[in-house]
Design a binder for this molecule. Structure first.
Ligand code: PMP
Length: 387
């Protein structure tokens, strides 16, 4: 049988060999980056270079980049940090958070935790049939007590792209009408599924905190970053030696950081041509299965080029994913973090209701190493299974 064709880039993309080489080289450095001696300075230089690379990926200032263990940590740090800073400055005030209903569990569960532990009031944005929230609803639902607006850039299940620029403007307008003494307002954005193909400019778009993860852009697992706008004040999640300008204590993951930097460089260099190539592969897949009668969920007109969510009439998502796996084709039923627990996808439920959610579907996600031949193999098998 042919080697397994991998269509689960949205869960984790393959490590690029050029990234692996940079990571291995940096992992061999012996010094602690905080040490003043030569070996320490060598490790520090590697981190500084990678910070410049990740800053370029985000069109940010290197001083705005905080390395973390991944986007789960970045999201926790941004949300808890923003909420706790606001709560500390406004004792006794009932503060609110406004979030989309299709956030990744690392956001959704953190918001729920803040409601339970700290008494945050959570307002949830309406969502349309294409999996998109609207900036008008954001503007309408922000109150003087709202301290966090949280909307992900690209949804990890549907690939739906949110109107981040318009939302940024709505948040900025609400902020500028705040009076002295009213709590701060932070726009927190999970950009994990956007970083590999969209030009991210959080500073220009009014985003205060933005999360990215290296393993979604062909970098190593277990390393990510939090963009924190200069001047945005949050409480650090981890306290200790004061690394990362006090925002994330702990000896830096030098190898992972070097790998993340190399992965960011490759995205910046190849982004434009790669997006075009992925759009061609997407068309090839959709043309190939046109007669299968599958529904494309999400917003086909504005979706991540490498993510397609399909629902088939004759087979549920799990059934299809298992049959495809047996044929050497690795796809997902949604989010890896939700798979395995047999509960229906929260994203599908929020957008399409219980029935569609129970039926499920398959998420096909592809990227840098996907070939046209692999797409054709997948399309042929889907046609066979749908017949
Ligand atoms: N947010 C989104 C949208 C994701 O897809 C993921 C990864 N499944 C995460 C956050 C968590 O990232 P990490 O694996 O780096 O913790």
């Amino acid at each position: 049988m042919a080697a397994t064709a991998y269509f689960d880039y949205a869960a984790s993309a393959p490590l690029d060999p050029r990234v692996a080489a940079a990571q291995a080289e940096a992992s061999a450095l012996i010094g602690n980056p905080s040490a003043v001696h030569g070996p320490g300075r060598a490790a520090r230089e590697v981190i500084d270079r990678a910070r410049d690379s990740v800053a370029r990926l985000l069109s940010a200032d290197p001083a705005e980049i905080v390395f973390t263990s991944g986007a789960t940590e970045s999201n926790n740090a941004a949300l808890k940090g923003s909420y706790d800073a606001a709560a500390r400055a406004n004792p006794g005030r009932r503060l609110r958070m406004l979030a989309s209903p299709i956030e990744h569990p690392s956001v959704a569960e953190t918001v729920r935790f803040l409601a339970e532990r700290s008494g945050a009031v959570v307002d949830t944005l309406p969502i349309d049939r294409e999996g998109r929230v609207s900036a008008a609803d954001v503007a309408r639902l922000i109150t003087p007590d709202t301290v966090v607006v949280c909307v992900m850039w690209v949804n990890n299940v549907l690939g739906a792209v949110q109107p981040i620029e318009e939302i940024g403007r709505a948040v900025a307008a609400a902020r500028s009408s705040r009076r002295v003494g009213e709590p701060p307002l932070h726009f927190v954005c999970d950009a994990v599924q956007a970083a590999g193909w969209l030009k991210l400019e959080p500073g220009r778009l009014g985003i205060d905190a933005l999360s990215v993860s290296a393993h979604k852009i062909c970098g190593p697992k277990g390393i990510g970053a939090l963009y924190l706008r200069r001047g945005a004040e949050i409480e650090p999640l981890l306290r200790g030696g004061g690394q990362e300008r006090g925002m994330r204590s702990g000896t830096e993951n030098v190898g992972g950081i070097a790998g993340f930097g190399a992965a960011a460089d490759l995205v910046v260099r190849d982004r434009e041509t790669e997006v075009g190539r992925l759009a061609v592969l997407r068309r090839r897949l959709l043309d190939g299965i046109a007669s299968a009668g599958a529904a494309i969920l999400g917003s086909p007109g504005s979706a991540a080029p490498g993510t397609v969510f399909l629902q088939f009439r004759n087979r549920g998502g799990e059934d299809l994913a298992l049959r495809l796996d047996a044929a050497g084709l690795a796809v997902s039923t949604g989010s890896a973090c939700e798979a395995g627990s047999r509960k229906a996808s929260g994203v599908l439920r929020a957008v399409y209701g219980d029935q569609a959610s129970r039926r499920g579907g398959i998420r096909i996600s592809f990227g840098r190493f996907t070939t046209g031949e692999e797409i054709d193999r997948l399309a042929a098998e889907l046609l066979r299974l749908a017949a």
